[in-house]
Design a protein around this ligand. Structure first.
Ligand code: HDL
Ligand code: ZN
Length: 429
């Protein structure tokens, strides 16, 4: 019977050997343009890493807006913003936060010195990297076999790229996802845009609205060859939104009459990321969003009302995690994924992953990445691999204590399910 030491070796060897598919990132293939070229969507390198919006929020806790006005910061060149953050969060204070530690892990694994007092030496190293080869380097270091993008069709700059470059999604290292937030968060705005693009849609969903909005979805699902549809939703998202016997809302109509039929016909999942309260501090831009407790019953209602549809769900509030786990026990068309955004911290990843293993066995996806900067894939994998490994070691030890034999093949199979196969099997289901 393997000892705990042997189990530890088995688990970490299996994790090290297992390629991971990250099902949600904001990383783009190099055809979308690579930073520092202005307007690029593939963000990489030390200045992007250090000015990631998590670190902007954190530096504004140390140097408040009364000292450095937001508009002054946003007007600074990217390198000056990075120097400001590096000085205040990494030199004059201890970089103990998860977002700070992540930068240091990435630098260390790239063979760079995390103790540099300025970014100058790092800039020199990154300047020698070529984006396309660097994507391969990062994917190798991070054990990633596929980077799943987030492609917001209502983003004008990105939509223009899709309409001008038929080979935009030809990079086999990446897959596309149709991101549709305005259709659910702001139907009036979405309807106005659809009409501009030649779709005969009306605010009140009369006339050809259902057929035309479905035509819009099918057009972009085909153009992107999207592997699922995604949206981020506010904490007050409800399904059905209509209270009592009230008339269905625009979101109810869209979900019931437009989205779920198209996804069911194509057997594509809908990823709901619920709990983001946007721009509570607008001056912080992307760093200005917050978390709010959401309604798990709305997820239950969707899974029950649409048994032919598949739902990938993650929620942003820690307080929702247990109820969401229990909901997943009730519906096989519900797959939980990731410790999203403000949950992506060791103490919470440990708690949530233990809870999910105890309630769901190996039928969930522990992490999705959410990387926005290519280089973040390196630290997210390193941190997560250790956290998921520690939980698995404990769970296997508990299993061993019953006399059940945990074999290397089992550990390999479980790690493959958690890091890759659960996602791809759910897409095919
Ligand atoms: O909406 C989302 O997909 C979120 O992940 C946001 O992009 C958020 O700003 C983020 O970067 N979270 O890590
Ligand atoms: Zn995201």
């Amino acid at each position: 019977m393997p000892s705990n030491t042997l189990i530890k070796k088995l688990v970490h060897a299996a994790l090290d050997a297992q390629p991971i598919t990250y099902l949600h990132t904001h990383v783009y293939n190099p055809r979308f343009g690579s930073s520092p070229k202005p307007g690029s969507m593939l963000l990489w390198g030390i200045d992007e890493l250090v000015t990631y919006h998590y670190l902007v929020a954190e530096v504004y806790r140390v140097v408040p807006a009364s000292v450095l006005p937001y508009e002054t910061f946003w007007k600074m060149p990217k390198a000056d913003q990075a120097d400001h953050i590096w000085r205040h969060l990494f030199v004059e204070r201890t970089p103990v936060s998860e977002a700070c530690r992540g930068v240091l892990t990435t630098l260390g694994l790239l063979g760079l010195n995390p103790n540099e007092k300025t970014l100058k030496p790092h800039r020199k190293w990154f300047a020698a990297q070529k984006p396309d080869a660097y994507v391969d380097k990062v994917m190798k270091l991070a054990h990633v076999d596929k980077i799943v993008m987030t492609n917001p069709v209502f983003d004008d700059a990105e939509r223009a790229l899709w309409e001008s470059d038929p080979k935009l999604n030809s990079d086999p290292r990446f897959a596309a996802v149709l991101r549709i937030d305005p259709l659910l968060r702001d139907w009036p705005l979405a309807a106005k845009r659809l009409r501009e693009w030649g779709y005969d849609v009306r605010l009140d969903f009369t006339g050809k609205t259902v057929a035309e909005t479905q035509r819009f979805l099918r057009h972009w699902l085909d153009k992107m060859n999207a592997i699922y549809v995604a949206c981020s939703l506010p904490p007050d998202f409800r399904y059905p939104a209509a209270s009592g016997n009230g008339a269905p809302t625009a979101a109810d109509n869209f979900i019931r009459d437009v989205l779920t039929p198209v996804l069911a016909e194509r057997n594509l999942p809908w990823a709901l990321m619920i709990g983001s309260r946007l721009r509570v501090n607008p001056a912080l831009n992307d760093a200005g969003d917050m978390v709010g407790q959401s309604d798990v019953l709305s997820v239950v209602n969707l899974c029950r009302e649409f048994p032919a549809n598949k739902f990938l769900v993650t929620m942003l509030a820690r307080e929702n995690q247990h109820e969401l786990c229990v909901a997943a026990r009730k519906f096989g068309n519900l797959m939980l994924f990731g410790c999203w955004w403000f949950l992506n911290n060791p103490s919470l990843i440990d708690e949530i992953t233990r809870m999910r293993l105890e309630l769901l066995g190996t039928s969930f996806i522990p992490q999705h990445s959410d990387a926005r900067i290519l280089d973040q894939l390196v630290y997210k994998w390193d941190h997560n691999r250790k956290l998921i490994g520690a939980v698995l070691v404990d769970k296997y030890a508990d299993l061993q204590a019953t006399g059940y034999k945990v074999t290397p093949a089992m550990v390999k199979r479980d790690v493959a399910l958690l890091l890759r196969e659960n996602f791809w099997e759910f897409l095919k289901r």
